[in-house]
Design a protein around this ligand. Structure first.
Ligand code: NDP
Ligand code: MG
Length: 381
């Protein structure tokens, strides 16, 4: 039996992780769960999984959560320190990092420092502090198991044991594939929240619509698989059946395929190095007779270009890009800016950042705050 803690248990990945735990029939024991605002769900999860810890990131909700679970044996924690305590709990075998945004960074570092393996959904952890995270992973000798479907696909392909000459990330293209810059001027929040293939949290859904998600995933792939930008390609594949591919030196392409369902990459990470045994999951090729592939349109979806530029610049620039993107997406979700303002704001903000090459955690925190402030300044907020 593996003991797991889930950072962000109330989210899309977190709840699907708990589904995997439920259907495992006792292969996993949940030691800790965390959320930010949704204390009703945290209460329900506490009753169902009887974890040792439940933590709420928003400190204002601590007393309400404590009262709600006062009849249980679960210890209630709060704030970033509470999340770090859950992450570092000595009995954890694996910590699922699935909060959204840079909020995942410190708790994930705490889990690695404590020597726990990580199932990583929170790509922002690697985007903002790739160097620090991978150095600590090496120092502590823990495993970093990708949950992001593309990276899980590559991880599975790499089990062939050969060094890839290229990584090929597939992208659905999001809800606005094929649209022009002019079309994008008119899209609404509701349009942007309608992803064709995946049901996910709001922030990543908007990132998929702008294609920033694929940009962040290139940066994530660089750190996970130690590959250079020029060796990471993106191909738009509308059906999201091929989750990503690797190319070997002899030209052979290995792909991982399946229906779009995050429970598969979550299971691959949780059960690693074993595989989950599920009945009745035959893939029906006849339901997918046509798989299509296109070049990404980086002019219209310029977030992809900005992310590549940030990775090329290096240092704290990817962290700055991420902070600016989080701020711009939050403004778009609040309907304070237009969809097309997102890349515009990020690009203008990036011009104001002088990257620090050999950064510390303190530099990362400061860079993130400065990106957010600059975006707010740019809109006159
Ligand atoms: P959701 O928005 O559904 O969930 C986010 C989780 O993080 C919730 O538990 C939320 O708590 C918590 N949270 C929000 N803000 C904070 C904060 N400031 N501090 C601590 N916790 C916080 O997101 P997803 O599950 O969709 O995504 C999570 C991560 O996984 C992201 O990094 C995303 O890019 C990545 N990912 C997601 C995929 C998906 O299919 N959803 C696929 C691949 C990667 P609460 O709900 O209580 O407010
Ligand atoms: Mg992905």
């Amino acid at each position: 039996m593996k003991t797991i803690s889930i950072l962000g248990s109330t989210g899309s990945i977190g709840t699907q992780t708990l589904d995997v735990v439920l259907r495992s029939e006792g292969k996993f024991q949940v030691a800790g769960i965390t959320g930010n605002k949704n204390i009703k769900l945290l209460e329900g999860q506490t009753r169902m999984f009887a974890p040792k810890f439940v933590a709420v990131a928003d400190e204002n909700l601590y007393n309400d959560l404590k009262l709600a679970v006062s009849d249980t044996n679960t210890k209630v924690l709060c704030g970033i320190d509470g999340l770090c305590e859950v992450a570092a709990y000595s009995k954890n075998d694996i910590v699922v990092s699935s909060t959204v945004g840079i909020s995942g960074l410190k708790p994930t570092l705490a889990a690695i420092s404590a020597g726990h393996d990580i199932a990583l959904a929170n790509k922002e952890t690697l985007v903002t502090a790739g160097n620090l995270v991978t150095d600590l992973i090496k120092e502590k000798g823990v495993k970093l198991l990708p949950v992001d479907s593309e990276h899980s696909a590559i991880f599975q392909c790499l089990e062939c044991g050969h060094k890839p000459s290229k990584l090929i990330l597939t992208a659905s293209g999001g809800p606005f594939f094929g649209k022009t810059k002019k079309d994008l001027e008119k899209v609404t929040l509701k349009d942007a929240l309608k992803h064709p293939n995946w049901s996910m949290g709001q922030k990543i859904t908007i990132d998929s619509a702008t294609m920033m998600n694929k940009g962040l995933e290139i940066i994530e792939a660089k750190w996970l698989f130690d590959m250079e930008l020029d060796d990471i390609e993106v191909v738009v594949h509308r059906e999201s059946i091929i989750h990503s591919m690797i190319k070997l030196s002899d030209g052979s392409i290995l792909a991982q395929m399946g229906e779009p369902d995050m429970k598969l990459p979550i299971s691959v990470a949780l059960y690693y190095p074993e595989r989950e045994i599920i009945k009745n999951t035959d893939f029906d090729f006849l339901k997918h007779p046509n798989l299509s592939f296109y070049n990404p349109d980086e002019e219209t979806f310029s977030c992809l270009k900005l992310a590549k530029q940030a990775l090329k610049t290096g240092g704290t620039m990817p962290c700055f890009l991420n902070g600016a993107n989080e701020a711009a997406v939050a403004l778009f979700l609040d309907e304070k800016i237009k969809f097309t303002d997102i890349p515009e704001l990020i690009s203008n903000a990036m011009k104001k950042h002088t990257p620090i090459v050999n950064y510390t955690l303190d530099d990362v925190v400061k860079t993130d705050l400065s990106a957010r402030e600059i975006v707010l300044d740019l809109i006159g907020g």
